[in-house]
Design a protein around this ligand. Structure first.
Ligand SMILES: [Zn+2]
Length: 247
């Protein structure tokens, strides 16, 4: 079995539950990749073994002086894995990140304006099964009279306690995004302290709010970052990095 070198660039690896495993490679970011924890552990164990063998080997040492009891590792002599980064790349699969996030989110925002400020929202969903990271429209479960001030999420939970879509526990909800709009421009330029920030902390995911001027974000540890630049080209990648490194 042989491996082809992966394309150049830095790759980040994520487990089925969205946990950040590690990264490999250098240079500009090339992509997210999905990998089983067990495969990641196996590759790391192999690397440790190879490193240990390198440390033992001294090219200046005469054959006659070598320790006869040092046995070559069968995994190493076979070149089972080739260069370690290639093995990691080979065992993993690319995760497709939704490309039209800006269009999607401006659509959400327009809907909120047309609804005179009723909050609109979307789940940020990571699927190891489909190898996708995407935005999924959500229904605001708050009573109609409250929808201008709150968004109530319908959420499921997997057996690890992670938040998932209510109808599909293989789709991990790594975060949510909702709108803040007031017809008279009186929305507060920040996340609400009584709902948005606790939602991030309690669900251990990333919460974004979008208003006409800013993007706001609360991290899973409950720390709010208000009035960020309104850059919505790729909120999903930032969300996965924050979410994945939380656990
Ligand atoms: Zn809010």
């Amino acid at each position: 079995m042989s491996y082809n070198p992966p394309p150049k660039g830095r790759f980040e690896y994520y487990s089925p539950d969205g946990k950040y495993l590690g990264e490999w490679g250098s240079g500009p970011f090339a992509g997210f990749r999905a990998l089983l924890d067990s495969e990641y552990d196996m590759v790391l164990a192999n690397q440790k073994r190879i490193d240990a063998m390198r440390d033992d080997w001294d090219p200046g040492m005469g054959l006659e002086n070598r320790d006869p009891f040092v046995q070559p590792d069968p995994g190493w002599t076979k070149p089972l894995i080739g260069p370690i980064g290639w093995a990691m790349f080979d065992a993993s699969k690319p995760i497709q990140v939704q490309v039209d996030q800006k269009v999607f989110l401006e659509g959400l925002f327009t809907d909120a304006k047309n609804a005179h400020g009723a909050e609109k929202g979307a789940y940020m969903v990571y699927s190891f099964k489909l190898l996708t990271l995407s935005l999924v429209r959500a229904v605001n479960k708050a009573p109609a009279a409250n929808q201008k001030t709150e968004f109530v999420w319908d959420l499921g939970k997997d057996n690890l306690g992670r938040r998932t879509l209510p109808t599909d526990s293989t789709k991990v909800v790594i975060g949510t995004i909702h709108t803040h709009w007031d017809d008279n421009g009186r929305e507060k330029p920040e996340l609400s302290r009584d709902k948005d920030v606790p939602s991030a902390r309690d669900n251990k995911f990333v919460v974004y709010a979008l208003d006409r001027k800013y993007l706001h974000r609360a991290d899973p540890d409950g720390v709010p970052h208000d009035r960020l630049a309104r850059n919505i080209t790729d909120v999903l990648s930032s969300a996965l990095r924050i979410y994945g490194k939380t656990f």
